[in-house]
Design a protein around this ligand. Structure first.
Ligand SMILES: [Fe+2]
Length: 141
């Protein structure tokens, strides 16, 4: 497999994982989290549930800020050709994908998105590391 093929594979995996997580995250908004079976800590990871990546939550869980009708996402993760953040995705409570941004190793893993006018509710941000999988953080608008 060439480096180019691998990169395409990672992008595809990230897109599939983000789509799958969007469904899970939205279900989690409506369901009793304690009673529902959770993919957190096994299929995706969070600051609270880092699973197999315990100790890596500080550099992988996306930091989400909501201000002035915008959502800003930052992953405080080093970027190199071997190890980098591949993609951010932001999903609203009803499952709407607000936006996404792919990153190259030379990029800073930062993105921002305009919220729908007067949006109120949960916001789910994902960040995908090429070595440490998919991470999810939530915020409230
Ligand atoms: Fe990583």
């Amino acid at each position: 497999m060439t480096a180019f093929d691998r990169r395409d594979l990672l992008k595809t995996a990230a897109a599939v994982a983000a789509a799958a997580t969007a469904g899970s995250a939205v279900s989690a908004f409506a369901a009793d989290k304690a009673a529902a079976p959770s993919a957190a800590g096994s299929i995706y990871y969070s600051k609270e549930q880092p699973g197999q990546w315990k100790g890596k939550e500080g550099t992988h869980a996306p930091e989400v800020k909501v201000e002035g009708g915008k959502v800003s996402v930052v992953t405080p993760h080093p970027m190199s050709a071997e190890h980098f953040i591949v993609r951010h995705t932001v999903i609203l409570a009803d499952g709407t994908v607000l936006g996404a941004k792919n990153f190259a190793p030379a990029d800073k893993p930062e993105s921002s998105y305009d919220l729908p006018k007067d949006y109120k509710g949960k916001i789910c941000a994902t960040s995908f590391c090429n070595l440490h999988d998919l991470w999810v953080s939530e915020a409230e608008a």
